[in-house]
Design a protein around this ligand. Structure first.
Ligand code: ASP
Ligand code: MG
Length: 403
């Protein structure tokens, strides 16, 4: 059995839906297929915009009811295209698929999948065309999994059904050593470990949603990223790092422009200060990425610098200003012209020289590093937005990622 997933660009028009139906019906000749599809093109963005014209803050339940319709259009059309080609197919919405989620709107997690209905149709020889991105709560409300959630639907269905492979079809050939639109010599990776992919997805690689990667890793599922428009390309295979004998120290460079840097200066060095600041951000549901606390010579005060998504910058700034007042801190600042450049590689663990090489090369190129954070297999640096693309190229060259 195989689960295939097709993203929004893959089903953007009638012609593209016919192309996708061709891929699905070919796979269906070899065995049972569940095809998960996203909403056509920018439909979800369009629906969001439409809702804002009606109400700036619509009820979360109704917003999910609206957004879920995007995928309902594409599944019906894909099923029609399959039937037209002579492949028997049936479309199923999230609740018809038996995807039970938490009772939360706009970012619900999957609690359980009752596969009875899917299995019955597959046994009858039908292709199941599944709506991505949606489920149903135990109260029967339509829920959505958060933007980009169709990847998660596909991987979760593959795990629940015991599928051998989950093919994620998108508009690029797979996972690259850097964004090929930015670095002409970027190389397509034939394999990548779950851990590396997870880090890449978290630091801004758009090709797979991090939640889907995490779920694939947990279930040790073979996930392939493939190109809808180039079926002969075998794409990138996600596997366990254990299956790879030689790790590359650096597999890829990722750029994330969706960053803003905030700082609070000379906050008192006392218990509870960080709790107050980040509590205020959490209350506004602002996720914080890097955090650096630096002490001053007199040791009674600290500077705290952190990054958030650019959309959250202004709201974070307001929260920080209020916190600064309460703490009698000296001041606050926000800088939206920053970007995060990260290198990811499972072999980084054993290579302490990699970080120093990266920083030295950026320094030689006259690129100033504003913040640094690391994990076992990732090194990230915040740089000026204007330097970001150059930083990616410098690093790509430095580690010969084209080879
Ligand atoms: N259509 C949804 C979105 O645009 C889900 C997805 O594409 O994965 O976020
Ligand atoms: Mg989409």
């Amino acid at each position: 059995m195989i689960v295939q997933k097709f993203g929004g660009t893959s089903v953007k028009s009638a012609a593209r839906i016919n192309n996708v139906a061709g891929i699905i019906s070919d796979a269906a000749r070899a065995g049972p297929v569940v095809a998960v599809v996203s909403a056509m093109g920018d439909t979800t963005d369009y629906l969001l915009k439409l809702s804002k014209q009606i109400s700036p803050k619509p009820p979360a339940r109704e917003l999910d009811a609206l957004l879920a319709t995007g995928e309902q259009i594409s599944i019906a059309l894909v099923a029609m295209a399959l039937n037209q080609m002579g492949a028997r197919a049936i479309s199923l919405t999230g609740s018809q698929l038996g995807i039970l989620t938490e009772s939360v709107h706009s970012a619900a997690r999957i609690v359980d999948i009752n596969t009875d209905r899917i299995t019955r149709y597959l046994d009858e020889g039908l292709v199941v065309v599944a709506a991505g991105f949606q489920g149903v709560s135990s109260e029967g409300h339509v829920t959505t999994l958060g933007r980009g959630g169709s990847d998660t639907t596909a991987v979760a269905l593959a795990a629940a059904l015991g599928a051998e492979t989950c093919d994620i079809y998108t508009d690029v050939n797979g996972v690259y050593s850097a964004d090929p639109n930015m670095v002409a010599t970027a190389r397509l990776l034939d394999r990548i470990s779950y851990e590396e992919m997870l880090e890449m997805a978290r630091v801004g690689a758009q090709v797979l949603h991090p939640r889907a990667v995490e779920l694939a890793r947990k279930n040790r599922l073979r996930v392939r990223v493939r190109n809808t428009f180039d079926r002969n390309n075998t794409g990138t295979l996600l596997t366990g790092a254990g299956e790879m004998e030689i790790y590359r120290p650096v597999s890829g460079v990722v750029l994330d422009r969706d960053q803003a840097r905030l700082a609070i200066f000379k906050a008192p060095d006392q218990p509870g200060v960080a709790g107050l600041i980040f509590g205020a951000l959490a209350e506004r549901r602002i996720g914080v990425d890097m955090i650096i606390q630096a002490f001053h010579e007199d040791r009674s005060v600290n500077d705290i610098t952190f990054t958030v998504r650019r959309d959250d910058a202004q709201s974070a700034f307001e929260a920080l200003e209020a916190a600064a007042k309460e703490l009698s801190a000296e001041g606050v600042s926000v800088d939206e012209d920053v970007a995060k450049v990260s290198i990811v590689g499972a072999g980084l663990m054993d290579r302490p020289d990699v970080a120093s090489k990266m920083f030295t090369a950026l320094g030689r190129a006259g690129i100033n590093i504003k913040m640094i954070s690391t994990s076992e297999i990732r090194i990230s640096a915040i740089v000026s937005e204007k330097d970001a693309e150059r930083a990616v190229k410098v690093i790509h060259d430095l580690f010969h990622l084209d080879e």
